[in-house]
Structure formats: C-alpha cells, structure tokens
Design a protein around this ligand. Structure first.
Ligand code: SF4
Ligand code: MSK
Length: 657
C-alpha cells in the first residue's frame, strides 16, 4: 500500500490554534480535512471545469491545455460545458441562500401568527424601515383620523410581499426597489432582472440540461439573473428578517478563537448558518435551571461558542464568542473540550462525525434537510425550539460529567469589534444627529480613503489557511482601502487586531488611519455571515446615493474579493457582486478553462454588459494589487485620482458653505 504523504503542518495554516490541534490530531492518529487535502490532489480537469456529466453518453473530459481540441459526445464545446457547470454552481449557491431565507420567512410568519414560543419581533424600527422600502403603508385612516398600523398587521403584509422573492412567476422581485436606478435600468435592458428565485433556479437547471442552452453568453445571462435573485433576493430577505426577529446588530466587542472554550465549563458549540437554532440555544445556556444542572455536574458554568456563519451572525448580533472558521471546525473537536456540537445547514463537514466520535463528543443534527451519518438527529421545531436545544445542553452536561478524553485548549483569543451594518456605519461616520455616508464619500473624494473593498468567503485547505486573507486585507488597509468583511474570512481577520480601532494606527495607511482615528472605527468592518453580504450591497447603494461617486454601482472605487473561497455559495455571491457592477477577484482556484471564450467573457466581456467582472489571483499580493489598480482606475474615471490638498476654511468659506 502506498505510504500517505506527510502533512507539513506549518505550511498548512497560520492560525496557531489550528496548528496546535493539527499537531495533536496527527499525534492522536485522527485525520481532518488538512490531511485529506494533502493526500488527494484536485482533479486538473474538474478544477477548470473542463468535464461534463450531464448525461450518460459521458462523462466527457476535454483538455484543459487545448480546450478546443475535443468536444463532448453531444458536440458541446468547452464554452458550453464550463458555462453550464458555472451556472449550476451559481444555482446551488443561490438555492442555499434562498432556502435559508425561506426558512427565515417561515419562522417570521409563525411569529406574526403568534405560534412561536420564545421568539418575537425585536426590532420594530427595522420592520417599519423594510416596509418603507417596499411601499407598504405604515398608517391607516380610521374615521378621518390617521393612525399607525399594528406591528403584527404590518408583519403579515410584509411576509406576503417578501414571499414574492421566492414564489413570484412574473415581474420583478420586491427588493429591486432598492437597486440604484441606473444599475436597474441596465439589468432591464439585458433582461436579467430576477422574477421569483424558484422560477430562476428551476429555469437554469432546465437550461443546463443536455441539449438546451448551448451558447455561453446566453447561459451567462441566465445565471446572472439567478445570482441576482440571491443577492438582492434570498440573502437580503434572510438578513432583514433576522434583524427584525432577533435585533439589528450594533457594534460590540467580542472574542474569536479556540481560547473561548473553558476547561472547567460545559462547552456547547454551534455550527451552520440559520440563526434560529442559535438564538434558541442562547436562551437555553442562560436558563438558570440548566446552569444549575451544569454546576451540579461539577462545571463552573456553560460556555456557548459559534463556528462558521451561524457563529459569525450571533457574534455580530450578540457578541457570542466565535471558536473558528470553516477550516477550524474539525480541529476544535480535537481539543477534547467540546461537550456537544449542534449543527443545522451548510458548510458542515461530514468529517466532523468521525472526529467527534474519536473525542467522545456528541454531534447533533437539528434540521431535517441535513442529517449526517454517525450524528444523532434531534429535529428543531421552530414553534418550540427550546425542546431541541435543551436536550443538546443536557447531553453536553452529561458528557462533561463523564469526560474521558484529555482536554487541551489552545490559549488564544482575540478581541475585535463586530456588528457593523449599513445602518450603523452611517451613524459612526456622520454622528447621531446627521447619520450619513457624506463623510465617507468626502474622505473617498479627498483621497484619504482610496476606496472600498468587500473581502468575504470561506477558508480552503488548498491554500495556506488564513494566510491569504490576512495578507490581502493587510495590503488593502495599508493602501488606504477600507475593508468590509463577512463570513469565515472575518474570523481570520479577527485574529490579527485589524478589527480594533487601534488596528488603524498599526496597519492602515495615513489617510485611512486618520479617518478611523477621528471616528473611532477599525480599518476593517465586520458585517456578519455570508448571507449578510446583502449589507455590503445596500451600503454601496447608500454611498452611491449620497452623491459625488458616479451613477452606477460600477462607478464606485470599490472591489470584491474571496481569497480562500471553496463553496458554491461563494460563486453565487461573486456573480451577484459582478452583476451588480463590482470587480471581483477570487483566489484558490477558478472553475473556468484558460484560453476559453467563456473565461474571457467572465473576465472581460461581462464588464461591457454590467460594469463588473471576474478576476483571479492566488498570490495575496497580486490579488490585492489587482483590486487597488481597479480602484485607481475608477478614481481616474471619476476625476478624483489626485489626492486633494487639505483646505483650512476661513469664516467666509464657512458662511458660503
Ligand atoms: Fe458529454 Fe454532452 Fe452528455 Fe455532457 S451533455 S456528458 S458533454 S454528451
Ligand atoms: S460558512 S460559505 S465556509 S464563508 Fe458561511 Fe464560511 Fe464560506 Fe461556508
């Protein structure tokens, strides 16, 4: 039998906690994703999307080196094959976000019908604000008198309106009302304004079946429409409803990294994406009866920590500590300190199950959509979520009492500010009395801030874990680019000090540091989970609306990035950024074949259509340089590329103003 390749642990990650646990896992004879990635090379044909298995005449493999040398048995060219594959990635990613949003809508409907025990509408202001965007009247005339409408009545109407995001067969989805006018006009010209997500996703599955859409530009129009039904639809609804139900985040200080676990406490870890189970779990771990039980079992208390995106969401919303991003999920179990892990949907590695078994950690699935072999399923009923989560906590207490494995918790944890939103960024920049993006726009126009970057996405063992994110973000900040972050990438940056206001003096260029120090914000703003990318779209629209930086989202000196992406959701996110007009650079690998017309279309042709385009760079310095060059190109086009002299105002100037 061939000897498996030894993993170079120091080359696998820069996260000291993950490295420590990788060393321990290797010593314990336990394999995690890093080991498996080391033992299995990525397929070079699949990696560039040069294969098709859409029918049983294939699978057909084309040549990545000479993409036009062969065609599939049906005659499909490399452009058709990779456009169809790309489309299906967009559809899968968009479906994940959309189904998550639909789950939130189901929960919201139950709440407004008064059927849920434990959840209520927490943010009435946000509910009214969202009704406002959708032109739902907030008042009603009764006997000649204008009265405010009841919150639950507004909630019911809002639920009906938002449902169109998913189920509408014809017409534009509701949140198209938030898209900047010129951007929307262009989408209408191109025919890519989404109808309902279900229709868009179904249509793309049909169009990518053998023998249907076989022209890559047309396929790309279809998947752009599907991606927009995610970014401005499914994801946006998920974020807005989560805010309404569980409270819109406000900036707060919170910890990330494995040192959040405590040896002498019962440690409960949540992993996944939907906030429903996590919100209920917060109640459970604060329930005096369960705390008493934990103490009776010899524990000092119960610690709750998040992972991946449900972790990022409650980190932003409630300051619940976050134990690690996607590539640290199995590694955390190696501590032996996790007394229970409960998961719901998305990015939950099947590898967790055998690792949990090795360390006697009970692993629970809680969502009917996602069972895992070897894990115990306790279905969460959203009308009574405590039943499920209380049982998880009880099981965690039992495991604590009967711990059999030695515990080793890496003693690393880092404080940072989380919980920025498109709403509160305005307050931080403009002050309570004049919340506005004006100061940000002025800082961009004057050149103190060079531009805006959205850096998002996963972590991936095909690149050095956390390193690419860290170096890309450091380069951007050093060059006066303010960075907005979501998802697992945020947790990486939480370990660097860049999420603290003090990080500005240490890492930022002089212009960005000056702005951050004046208003007291970090140079990198943490905005939540991967569905919360919709917050970045709304913030960008707000900046555009404020004026002085062009007419379309594509005019902004802004760029997007996912340096360590791995999931199909990331492709959907990248595509809705591109279609919204954002130049977007991906790292790790890119699923299109060099030299094909389809790749050329993604990397150049799309810019003529929608103003945004894809790019690719694995090396973090090249990656950041490409983003900065694009930002400079946009500054040039806006005529703001030269740093303006700072002017001291005389009394006369002030009067003029
Ligand atoms: Fe091959 Fe065409 Fe079938 Fe794809 S659809 S597997 S390219 S024959
Ligand atoms: S969890 S999609 S690994 S960000 Fe959203 Fe993290 Fe990427 Fe999953």
């Amino acid at each position: 039998m061939a000897k498996s390749k030894e993993l170079d642990i120091q080359a696998a990650s820069i996260c000291p906690s993950t490295i420590q646990m990788l060393e321990k896992a290797t010593k314990d004879g336990v394999k995690i994703s890093f080991h498996r990635a080391n033992e299995m090379s990525a397929c070079p044909i699949g990696a560039v999307s040069a294969c098709c298995k859409n029918c049983s005449m294939g699978p057909c493999r084309l040549s990545p080196k000479d993409p036009y040398a062969k065609q599939g048995v049906c005659g499909a060219t490399i452009d058709t094959i990779s456009a169809r594959n790309f489309a299906r990635m967009v559809v899968a990613g968009a479906a994940a976000h959309t189904d998550h949003g639909m789950g939130m809508l189901d929960c919201f409907k139950e709440v407004v019908h008064g059927k849920v025990d434990g959840f209520r509408i927490k943010d009435e202001r946000k509910l009214k604000e969202v009704c406002g965007y959708l032109e739902i009247p907030l008042t009603v005339e009764v006997d000649g008198e204008i009265k405010d409408r009841e919150i639950m009545e507004l909630g019911l109407e809002l639920a009906g309106e938002l449902e169109k995001t998913y189920t509408q067969v014809e017409g534009e989805i509701p949140f198209m009302k938030r898209v900047p006018e010129k951007t929307l006009e262009r989408w209408r010209e191109l025919g890519i304004v989404p109808r309902g997500a279900m229709r868009e996703l179904m249509e793309m599955m049909h169009r990518t079946h053998i023998g249907v859409d076989q022209e890559y530009v047309n396929i790309a129009r279809g998947f752009q429409r599907a991606a927009l039904s995610d970014g401005w639809g499914g994801s946006m609804v998920a974020t807005e409803l989560s805010d309404i139900l569980f409270g819109t985040p406000e900036p707060l200080a919170a910890y990330v990294d494995m040192g959040c676990l405590e040896e002498k406490s019962v440690n409960v870890v949540i992993n996944g994406h939907e906030p429903i189970m996590f919100e209920a779990m917060i109640d459970a771990v604060n329930d005096p009866k369960l705390i008493e039980k934990a103490k009776a079992a010899g524990a000092e208390g119960i610690v709750l920590a998040g992972m991946c995106c449900s972790g990022a969401e409650v980190l932003a919303r409630h300051g619940i500590p976050h134990a690690g991003n996607f590539m640290s999920t199995e590694a955390l179990l190696v501590t032996g300190a996790v007394d229970a892990m409960a998961v719901d949907v998305q990015c939950i590695k099947q590898g967790l199950s055998p690792v949990a078994k090795c360390y006697d950690t009970p692993l629970f699935t809680t969502n009917y959509r996602a069972h895992i072999e070897g894990a115990r399923h306790i279905q969460l009923d959203e009308t009574n979520p405590r039943e499920c989560v209380d049982e998880v906590v009880e099981e965690a207490i039992k495991r604590f009492q009967n711990r059999t494995k030695p515990v080793e918790i890496p003693q690393n944890k880092h404080i940072g500010i989380h919980g920025f939103t498109h709403e509160n960024i305005k307050y931080h920049l403009g002050g309570t009395y004049r919340a506005s993006y004006r100061p940000l726009n002025d800082a961009i126009i004057s050149g103190r801030i060079r531009g805006i970057a959205g850096v998002v996405g996963c972590t991936n063992p095909r690149v050095k874990h956390d390193w690419v994110h860290t170096e890309v973000v450091k380069e951007l900040v050093k060059n006066d680019v303010i960075v907005l972050m979501t998802g697992c990438a945020t947790i990486t940056i939480g370990k660097t000090g860049l999420l603290t206001p003090e990080g500005a003096a240490k890492f930022a260029g002089p212009g960005l540091a000056e702005v951050c120090e004046t208003v007291g914000i970090p140079p990198v703003l943490s905005l939540g989970s991967c569905v919360d990318n919709s917050r970045i779209l709304i913030a960008a629209s707000g900046v555009l609306e404020e004026g002085g930086l062009g007419e379309r989202l594509s005019d902004l000196p802004a760029a997007g990035s996912a340096p360590e992406w791995m999931s199909e959701k990331a492709i959907s996110i990248g595509q809705y950024f591109v279609s919204s007009g954002v130049y977007t650079v991906f790292g790790a690998a890119f699923p299109a074949t060099e030299g094909s017309k389809f790749k050329e279309h993604l990397f150049n042709g799309m810019e003529e259509e929608v103003g945004g385009k894809w790019d690719f760079a694995i090396d973090p310095y090249e990656h950041a340089a490409k983003m900065i060059a694009h930002i400079d190109k946009k500054r040039e086009a806006l005529g703001i590329n030269t740093k303006q002299e700072r002017k001291l105002f005389s009394m006369e100037d002030r009067r003029d103003l």
